[in-house]
Write a protein that binds this ligand. Structure first.
Ligand code: SF4
Ligand code: MG
Length: 328
């Protein structure tokens, strides 16, 4: 709820106050148990920071993070450790931060060893079981990460994340480094595991086709904010926000009769340390009008759980420049 993560920009001797980057700027949404919520947006839109902030891998500037009724934002680090077991993260390259000299068996079993719940024999049994679940042979345990392909490495990363029996997993671009043919295998594995273990996913990606494959609901981020969120079907068949429409129009369609025109956006995304006033999208929006430069639109429901932050739609809540200036 109202989650914010602002990073200060270091000043120079000539300019002491350099301002801040609002990487996540007042984001509110919920995730239902057992579903996959996809988060899409261009690089720099704040998706990864959002994921890391939810797990408090980076401390939020403000806001609430409620997990099964507990506000994680208020928990001391010692208590947070208990909750972390239930929440795991899968990364684009699961081995980027892991010791390349450790064998796969050790790597997968490491979180269990840290928690000291199981004996060594129980741990080994559990690790062998996990390897089977992610479709890797037992022999993989004695090998090193570099002996595996990208897809296999991601399977190992998933096994490691599952070792703590989590209920909630944040996956940040988990298939973006993989060949397209391997991507769907890993996505299907994630979907099978979700069924089997009743997992809830927050799935972060810049790739709309990937998000479409795995998600139940989808949120679209632009410059630190969610500009549209709703059921997958609604977002893909009836996108309301001009930014969502532009993103979707850029996906090649296999349907040659498609009369859909590609919407070309003007310019690059603005610098996040100096986002435009009003609707942050107005500098690139083909439909922008006077009001968009002055008032920032809030998310408003358009029916069936689809919310959009755009002045073109009735019933949207405004945030005037005055009130956003008050916060500063
Ligand atoms: Fe475009 Fe205005 Fe809607 Fe923003 S509020 S998306 S600028 S029409
Ligand atoms: Mg990222």
């Amino acid at each position: 709820n109202n989650l914010k993560k602002y990073f200060p920009i270091k000043g120079t001797p000539f300019k002491k106050k350099a301002g801040q980057v609002k990487a996540v700027d007042d984001v509110s949404f919920h995730i239902f148990k057992g579903e996959t919520l996809g988060i899409v947006g261009e690089s720099g839109s704040g998706k990864s920071t959002l994921g890391r902030t939810i797990l408090r891998l980076t401390e939020p500037t403000d806001g609430e993070i409620i997990f099964e009724g507990t506000n994680l934002e208020k928990l001391p680090m010692s208590k947070l450790f208990d909750y972390r077991k239930h929440m795991q993260m899968i990364f684009q390259d699961p081995f980027a931060s892991l010791n390349p000299r450790m064998r796969v068996g050790q790597l997968v079993g490491e979180p269990l060893a840290v928690q000291k719940i199981l004996t060594k024999a129980e741990r080994t049994e559990k690790v062998i079981d996990l390897m089977g679940k992610v479709g890797l042979p037992k022999e993989a345990l004695t090998k090193f990460p570099h002996e595996f392909s990208g897809g296999q490495r991601q399977r190992i990363g998933i096994a490691r994340a599952l070792s703590m029996n989590p209920s909630f997993i944040i996956a940040d671009e988990p298939v973006s480094a993989l060949d397209v043919s391997v991507q769907s295998q890993v996505l299907n594995l994630m979907m099978d595991l979700q069924e089997e273990f009743n997992l809830t996913y927050l799935f972060i990606s810049h790739d709309l086709s990937v998000v479409k494959h795995i998600s139940d609901r989808v949120g679209v981020m632009y410059l630190g904010r969610i500009v549209e969120i709703g059921p997958k079907k609604a977002i893909y068949s009836n996108p309301l926000h001009p930014y969502t429409q532009a993103l979707l129009s850029a996906i090649p369609v296999a349907n040659f009769d498609s009369k859909k025109e590609k919407i070309q956006l003007k310019g690059e995304p603005p610098n996040p340390s100096n986002p435009p006033e009003g609707c942050a999208f107005h500098t690139r929006c083909p439909l922008a009008y006077e009001r968009c430069k002055l008032e920032r639109p809030g998310l408003a429901e358009q029916g069936d759980g689809q919310y959009v932050a755009c002045h073109l739609y009735a019933g949207n809540a405004n945030e005037s420049i005055e009130s956003s200036n008050d916060e500063k």
